[in-house]
Design a protein around this ligand. Structure first.
Ligand SMILES: [Fe+2]
Length: 161
C-alpha cells in the first residue's frame, strides 16, 4: 500500500527540521528515543492490533499520526508543555502543507491528542494507538531499566504482541 500522506510528511521540510531538532535534543538521552524507529514501531503495532480486532482503518492515517505524535517533545524539553498538546500544534502546522481531506487530518490530530489518554474507549483506534506506543518499548533489553521513571508494573519485561 502506498503511504501517500505519510511520505508527504516525511518529505516536508518543516517536519524534517523538527525531526532534526528533536534528534539533537535527544542526542545524549540514555532512555528510549523518539525517532523513526519508534514512530514506525508504533504505526506497525497499531495496524496489527487494529487488524486483529477487525477494526476498519486507513493505514496511511496511522503512519502519519505516528510520525507526528512525539514531535511535541521539543516543547516539553524546552518549557514543560505536555508533548501530546505540543505535538498537535506541530501536526496542524505541518498538515497545512499536506494534500489530504480535512476529515483525515482530524483523525490524525485525534490520534496524537489521545495518545496518552488512559480513557480512550476500548476497541477504538485511539485505544490501540496508545497501547502500541507503550508496547513498542523494549524494556526487557534496556541498559538503563533501573534508572527509568516508568513504574515497574508498566515496563515491558516480556515481549508482547
Ligand atoms: Fe511515542
Amino acid at each position: 500500500m502506498k503511504l501517500d500522506i505519510t511520505n508527504q510528511i516525511r518529505n516536508n521540510q518543516i517536519y524534517m527540521d523538527y525531526y532534526q531538532e528533536l534528534k539533537q535534543l535527544e542526542k545524549d538521552r540514555i532512555y528510549c528515543k523518539h525517532d523513526f524507529d519508534h514512530f514506525l514501531d508504533v504505526a506497525r503495532i497499531t495496524v496489527l492490533l487494529a487488524s486483529k480486532n477487525n477494526i476498519d482503518m486507513d493505514e496511511d492515517i496511522i503512519y502519519a499520526a505516528a510520525l507526528l505524535h512525539d514531535m511535541g517533545r521539543i516543547a516539553e524539553y524546552k518549557d514543560g508543555t505536555p508533548h501530546h498538546i505540543a505535538s498537535c500544534d506541530i501536526a496542524k502546522e505541518v498538515l497545512e502543507y499536506i494534500a489530504c481531506d480535512d476529515e483525515k487530518k482530524e483523525v490524525i490530530i485525534s490520534l496524537i491528542r489521545c495518545h496518552r489518554n488512559p480513557e480512550n474507549p476500548p476497541g477504538s483506534l485511539q485505544f490501540f494507538f496508545r497501547n502500541a506506543d507503550k508496547i513498542s518499548r523494549k524494556c526487557y533489553a534496556c541498559d538503563v531499566i533501573d534508572k527509568c521513571n516508568w513504574p515497574d508494573e508498566k515496563k515491558n519485561l516480556d515481549i508482547k504482541m
